[in-house]
Design a protein around this ligand. Structure first.
Ligand SMILES: NC(=O)C1=CN([C@@H]2O[C@H](COP(=O)(O)OP(=O)(O)OC[C@H]3O[C@@H](n4cnc5c(N)ncnc54)[C@H](OP(=O)(O)O)[C@@H]3O)[C@@H](O)[C@H]2O)C=CC1
Ligand SMILES: O=C(CO)COP(=O)(O)O
Ligand SMILES: [Zn+2]
Length: 348
């Protein structure tokens, strides 16, 4: 009899609270993380936040990444080997965290996640979106030994980044429907528990849209918890399936066609409106929620030409053919793509 082993890599410890960034050295002692450390960050985050963390470090190096791609990951890998660092720390948005966890996985080093923006659910997930590997989808990576989520820092991130995290999380409403559909039509494994966890994150994100305009700190805390549990859902499922369906395929397609475009979560938000419409669920509620917080709901606000939106809708199903979604095997015709984009108000 074949025994299927399902391995779940979860974060070991999550620190979440206000002003906790100054406690990083204390936390590292608690979980016995030893220097030298390698910090992976971006040039903006380095200026604003990294110095606050490294004040008490003695043996460490910092590397700035501009993009989450293979070339950058290779540079980080080389430096980590040279430095003989056992701990790779990602400080920043999704890009820096992804490069750090991908390198930590390849070298089998410990990975610490210090998010500076609640813009994505890669904070916890043992997956990384690394460009240059053929497909714009996530690769298996290292789970964090610790996540340090300072709500003061996360709340002071630009509003656009906060809204982006809400968009990424609302996407789970569609992702879970797509997963259920794949289970019914293709007999794909469907994990009820992880699906529920992902949906719970989306519910939290929906609540956040009602709170954040009057209580930013509380709203961000709620959002961060949602992002963390969506990442846990991915870890438990052993894939990004609970967190990424047709709405993400649309986002990836736009990113491919229009690389310097919007933030990941902004695209996922608009993708969620469109795919919810195709699923026949309450897409207006999703659109209203995004509008409430001032997140983009159409091509103009995204800064993406209408033609790219239509093209992306027609190619989205080809991005990850093995992941069945509402787009089916043949995707949308150009005429249908135009129709759904118009009816949802994404294009005029
Ligand atoms: N692994 C996974 O499961 C997931 C991965 N992702 C990936 O994450 C990426 C998206 O992450 P996202 O955070 O939106 O984009 P980025 O990491 O590219 O960050 C966007 C910008 O925000 C800046 N920034 C971050 N924090 C702050 C802050 N506190 N104050 C001011 N500026 C700040 C960054 O600065 P700097 O230039 O210094 O970095 C960067 O310029 C995509 O590559 C996506 O594929 C998304 C979801 C899940
Ligand atoms: O962005 C993600 C979840 O929010 C990861 O999804 P992908 O596997 O589609 O890259
Ligand atoms: Zn995402």
């Amino acid at each position: 009899m074949e025994i299927n082993t399902h391995v779940i890599d979860l974060p070991e410890r999550i620190y979440i609270g206000n002003g906790i960034i100054s406690k990083v050295p204390e936390y590292f002692d608690q979980i016995c993380l030893k220097e030298p450390y390698l910090i992976v960050t971006g040039k903006h985050v380095r200026k604003i936040i990294v110095d606050k963390i490294t004040k008490e470090f003695k043996d460490y190096d910092i590397i700035e990444v501009e993009d989450a791609n293979l070339d950058e990951a290779n540079k980080v890998e080389e430096l980590a080997k040279k430095l003989k660092s056992n701990v790779i720390i990602g400080i920043g948005g999704g890009k820096s965290i992804d490069v750090a966890k991908f390198t930590a996985f390849n070298l089998n080093r410990k990975f610490v996640s210090i998010p500076t923006a609640p813009s994505h659910d890669g904070i916890t997930s043992p997956f990384a979106a690394i460009k240059g590997l053929g497909k714009p989808v996530s690769m298996k990576s290292k789970e964090p030994v610790a996540i340090i989520a300072d709500i003061d820092i996360l709340s002071s991130a630009p509003k656009r980044l906060i809204n982006s995290g809400i968009g990424d999380t609302l996407g789970k409403i569609v992702a879970v429907r797509d997963w259920k559909l794949a289970a019914k039509l293709r007999g794909e494994y469907y994990g009820d528990y992880t699906a529920s966890l992902a949906l719970l994150s989306a519910r939290h994100a929906m609540n956040t849209t009602r709170i954040i305009n009057r209580d930013l700190t509380y709203g961000v805390r709620l959002l961060v918890e949602a992002l963390i549990s969506s990442g846990v859902a991915m870890a438990m499922a052993g894939s990004t399936r609970p967190a990424s369906g047709s709405e993400h395929l649309f986002a990836h397609a736009v990113e491919m066609l229009y690389p310097e475009g919007p933030l990941h979560g902004e695209l996922v938000g608009v993708g969620t409106i469109i795919m919810a419409y195709i699923h026949g669920i309450n897409w207006r509620e999703i659109k209203k929620a995004l509008k409430r917080i001032g997140a983009p709901t159409n091509a103009k606000q995204l800064g993406v030409p209408d033609e790219i939106i239509i093209k992306a809708l027609t190619i989205a199903h080809t991005i990850r053919p093995e992941r069945y979604t509402i787009l089916g095997d043949r995707g949308l015709t150009r005429a249908s793509a135009e129709k759904v984009a118009k009816e949802t108000g994404v294009i005029p």
